[in-house]
Ligand binder design. Structure first.
Ligand code: FEO
Length: 402
């Protein structure tokens, strides 16, 4: 297999030995339209070291890529930066195959690996800031709790100024290219933003702390090698700057109108609101949940200033797709939004009330009077929707100007 699956050289000391998942389209609720990669890295030091593994079904691909550089049994150390199973899924099998001298993880990582795999092989916990000699090369471990899980840490290879950053600075993007500078910048921007919005947004305060901590290390970062997507070997500061911008959730003059419709009435209202928003000078995204995916809504919310939510009432409740997207957005905890609710109904009309509960839970500042329309909105209701859009547009413009 090693003559089929080859490692890719990153530096004289480091090889990419991960797996490309061209097929995955759902990553725990996140729509991965471009697939993903599970990156693992081999450090060819005196102590041959594997950094992370891959999702369980890709174990043979990992071992084959390793074997294209070095016989897997020669691996001395395995470092597990993150216990989530897209990086640790085949760790027990790899340990059985490789029989490494030691496996390292953060203290919480060692515990999490034990709780996942109930394996007998010991994992050596390392401390935040701990150094490890690989013989001729040296690494330092830095805990990055909650980026992405409590166990998360990153590993810095001093001699190559290379940061193995696990989930941070990654993206779900399957590609034949291994380096970001080989890929269209627009694709990188879109997928990196989508990854941040769907994975790291609720952990933004931890991201900000991690960025401060990384800055405080006083070491240069020439290469950032994440566990998903391409490696940043040119201008890695660009992705760090993007993270700094996303972590503060800076709002723009963009309004996202998220809705679904039963017989077209709530869609009519959404379009009228959209017209009002445009007339008021906002950038507008209408996202009908019959065709939009929740993770694309989350991506649009990364820099939006307003969230407007519409739902018909169905069985006294929200339309199911709206309950789905609101539950998802609430979990991502976007900050600093204004918003409102609207929707059509036949007789009881509770959907707007349910939406407002979600918006209040998300600490969205409510603006304007929510619009409800019975059965099919008449001209007056459509005008009310347009006026509501205009009012929201004025408020986000003022917020952005302020
Ligand atoms: Fe890519 Fe949190 O795992």
């Amino acid at each position: 297999m090693s003559d089929v699956f080859q490692a890719v050289k990153v530096t004289d000391n480091v090889y990419w030995v991960g797996a490309i998942d061209w097929a995955v389209r759902d990553f725990h609720g996140y729509s991965t339209g471009r697939g993903t990669t599970y990156n693992a890295y081999l450090i060819l030091a005196d102590k041959v070291t594997l950094v992370d593994t891959v999702k369980a079904p890709f174990k043979d691909e990992l071992l084959a890529r390793i074997a294209s550089v070095v016989e897997p049994g020669k691996i001395d150390y395995i470092i597990s930066n993150h216990a989530e199973m897209d990086h640790s899924g085949c760790l027990p099998e790899v340990i059985k195959t490789v029989r490494p001298e030691k496996v390292f993880a953060s203290a919480m990582g060692a515990k999490a690996l034990g709780e996942h795999f109930h394996m007998n092989e010991p994992v050596t916990p390392v401390k935040d800031g701990e150094n490890l000699s690989l013989g001729n090369l040296n690494v330092t471990f830095v805990e990055t709790r909650m980026c992405h899980w409590p166990d998360s840490m990153v590993t810095y290879l001093h001699e190559d100024e290379l940061l193995f950053s696990q989930d941070a600075f990654g993206m779900h993007l399957a590609s034949s290219e291994r380096f970001a500078d080989e890929i269209d910048e627009a694709v990188l921007e879109t997928e990196a933003a989508k990854y941040y919005a769907n994975i790291l947004l609720p952990l933004s305060s931890f991201v900000a702390k991690t960025l401060d901590k990384a800055g405080g290390l006083g070491v240069p970062f020439s290469i950032i090698a994440p566990d998903h997507g391409p490696i940043w070997r040119k201008e890695p500061e660009k992705i760090i700057e993007s993270y700094a911008r996303w972590a503060v959730q800076k709002r723009t003059n963009k309004a996202v109108v998220v809705y679904d419709t039963m017989w077209g009435s709530t869609a009519m209202m959404a379009r009228a609101i959209g017209e009002g928003l445009v007339a008021g000078g906002a950038v507008v995204k209408l996202m009908p949940m019959g065709s939009a995916h929740r993770s694309d809504v989350a991506t649009e919310m990364l820099d939006a200033g307003a969230l407007l939510v519409g739902s018909p009432t169905m069985n006294n409740a929200l339309f199911p797709t709206m309950a789905d997207v609101l539950t998802y957005l609430k979990g991502l905890r976007p900050k600093g939004l204004i918003g409102t609710a609207f929707g059509s109904f036949g007789w009881s009309g509770e959907a707007v009330k349910h939406i407002l509960v979600y918006l209040k839970d998300m600490e969205v500042e409510l603006v304007g009077e929510p619009v409800k329309a019975k059965y099919v909105p008449d001209a007056a209701a459509m005008l009310s929707c347009r006026r509501l859009g205009e009012e929201l547009a004025e408020r986000i413009r003022k917020a952005c100007d302020g």
